[in-house]
Design a protein around this ligand. Structure first.
Ligand code: PLP
Length: 420
């Protein structure tokens, strides 16, 4: 009926052909997971704004329960639009199955609750997102799950921390705001050899820059709120892995209910279409801005994996297509107020948390995320008062650089007028 065009040999590759020549990330971002012909002959997927899905009669309910016809039943277990996005995300990451959640944190909680049991333990590299570690330290421990952390990228310490109770080892790559880059192949190898599951939160690299599943990691997680959505207009999260390992996650999500509304899933699908284009620009802007900052006399140090000076430059260039839009830098000899003065003086990046959208965002981690911590705690976390985190959007690099240049020129000279 709707699919007369589906097998037109001039339009689709012959079976087996696409396996020989895998399609690139931009083609996957646009087309993966989508039917060639859609309801109403529309080129876009419809938004099925439906909480429930009806059956023509009792026999069709029984057929559905006996898995004779795959279809939707009730919105908490799935929505057609959400499934399209899940297939697209699985294809982008090179995984068998993806499960979409309402936020990145819901994805993390759903994954860990589905796989961890009382008496088991989880080990993190210590630069992971503080809310992820907080969930394990404060909450999973209430259910008898042990929590440990070891210094980021200290693979010997990670191995030494593994015990027969260990179920999961977890890292992000790159980390935020220090941008440490994990050797995902080495990380996966530790997990395989020691029989523990491996999880990489790849929010900052996205499948465009790195696919951790290809190095043998069991699960990759993204806060789709960031680059995948890409427009600072939605929250979502996703976990990708094998059918076998993702099945319990999908099942638990159906019970916990952390699903996306059909409208939100559509926004994410639309954002994903330009993922490769946007990442090319985020990568280019991150590199151009970090090179500019590194040469600037008022900047003490820049952390960006694409710079030769970055401690993880070698592993980053070996494994990543690009280095993303996040740039962290320390000003030369400024206290927190002078640092804030520079943040307040920029005119293009908006001041706020988050990253990965088309609009650049700037913040001072000490104020935005660590204001309620003591100076010694901040020293332990590596958050000095002269640190600024810039999430480059897709604006023109020359404009971002000119803007930073004028903002840096305000240091300790004037108390600046407020900017609109
Ligand atoms: C933002 C973020 C999260 C949490 O995602 P939400 O969508 O905000 O819940 C997890 N990990 C990383 C690396 C993040 O940047």
């Amino acid at each position: 009926m709707l699919s007369t065009n589906d097998h037109d040999p001039t339009q689709t590759p012959a079976a087996g052909h696409s396996a020989v020549r895998p399609r690139g990330p931009s083609t996957a971002a646009v087309h993966a997971g989508e039917a060639r012909q859609k309801p109403g002959f529309a080129i876009t997927d419809p938004i099925f704004a439906s909480s429930t899905f009806t059956f023509p009669n009792t026999q069709s309910i029984i057929d559905f329960i006996e898995e004779k016809h795959p279809r939707e039943e009730y919105g908490r277990y799935g929505n057609p639009g959400e499934r399209v996005v899940e297939e697209k995300l699985a294809a982008l990451d090179g995984g068998q199955a993806a499960v979409l959640f309402s936020t990145g944190m819901a994805a993390l909680v759903g994954l860990l609750m589905a796989h961890l049991n009382a008496g088991e333990e989880i080990i993190f590299f210590d630069e992971c997102y503080h809310r992820s570690r907080e969930f394990c330290r404060k909450h999973l421990t209430r259910f008898g799950v042990g929590f440990k952390e070891v210094p980021t990228c200290d693979y010997e310490a990670m191995e030494a921390a593994i015990t027969p109770r260990t179920k999961f080892i977890v890292s992000e790559s790159p980390t935020n705001p220090h941008l440490s880059v994990v050797d995902t192949a080495r990380f996966a190898e530790i997990g395989r050899r020691r029989g523990v599951l491996t999880l990489i939160d790849a929010t900052l690299c996205t499948p465009y820059n790195l696919k951790p599943l290809e190095s043998g990691v069991d699960f990759v997680l993204h806060s789709a709120t960031k680059y995948l959505g890409g427009h600072n207009d939605l929250l979502a999260g996703v976990v990708v892995g094998s059918h076998e390992l993702m099945e319990p996650v999908r099942h638990l999500r159906g019970i916990m209910g952390g699903v996306n509304s059909p409208h939100n899933a559509y926004l994410l699908q639309r954002g994903l279409k330009t993922l490769a284009l946007r990442m090319e620009r985020h990568n280019a802007n991150g590199l151009a801005v970090s090179r500019f900052l590194e040469r600037h006399p008022r900047v003490e140090r820049v952390l960006y994996p694409g710079l030769e000076s970055h401690p993880f430059h070698a592993v980053a260039t070996r494994t990543m297509r690009g280095f993303g839009g996040l740039v962290t830098f320390m000003l030369k000899g400024t206290d927190w107020r002078q640092t804030a003065q520079v943040v307040d003086a920029v005119q293009i990046p908006r001041i706020g948390p988050s990253l990965g959208g088309v609009e650049s965002l700037i913040e001072q981690p000490m104020v935005m995320s660590y204001w309620n911590y003591s100076a010694s705690e901040r020293a332990t976390f590596g958050i000095p008062e002269n640190m600024i985190r810039l999430a480059c959007g897709i604006e023109d690099a020359a404009d971002l650089i000119a803007d930073l240049d004028q903002a840096l020129a305000t240091i300790a000279t004037t108390s600046r007028p407020s900017v609109g």
